[in-house]
Design a protein around this ligand. Structure first.
Ligand SMILES: [Cu+2]
Length: 165
């Protein structure tokens, strides 16, 4: 196992209470992540956004043909957006934001540990017919991704792109 993966799992284990099972817990899943300025950590693709500073809401649909619509989002550097994620399918989907490397590492970890618990500000699990949200400030220019890392979904092409200008 790569050091990177171990680091990810350790971070996930520390940040997630053992009693919550993110993939199976529908009451917990669609709640917006609480924002606390002191806990918003800078990442290579931005940071958790302050809901009060949202300037735009972008809606992304998820479907059982393993696609996000739209599959490409364009934002300005520094902008705080609300990503409103709607599950139009019949099965659970998730929306995970990150660099392509982050998503691949996370996907590999989920393949090894299918029941893995995880819930972070850059992701949301959405039950069929429901919606969830991620509030994110894109502080870095570049191209990032969002994906559904559930088994079979990412492989089938359930991935999209965020272009930060
Ligand atoms: Cu999915």
């Amino acid at each position: 196992m790569k050091a990177q993966t171990i680091g990810l799992l350790a971070a996930l284990a520390m940040s997630t209470p053992l009693s919550s099972f993110a993939h199976g817990d529908s009451s917990h899943a669609a709640q917006p992540h609480k924002y606390e300025a002191s806990k918003a950590v800078d990442t290579s693709f931005g940071r958790q956004g302050d809901p009060k500073k949202v300037t735009r809401t972008l809606t992304v649909d998820m479907t059982d043909n393993m696609r996000f619509t739209p599959a490409v989002l364009t934002v300005k550097r520094g902008e705080t957006v609300r990503l409103n994620v709607v599950n139009k399918g019949q099965v659970l989907h998730e929306f995970v934001l990150g660099t392509p490397e982050d998503l691949k590492t996370h996907w590999e970890a989920m393949k090894k540990f299918p029941g893995m618990e995880h819930d972070e500000p850059q992701m949301v699990h959405v039950q069929p017919g429901k919606q969830g949200e991620v509030v994110w400030q894109f502080t870095k220019a570049g191209e990032f991704q969002f994906g559904c890392l559930l088994p079979g979904h990412f492989e089938a092409g359930m991935v999209g792109k965020v272009v930060v200008q």
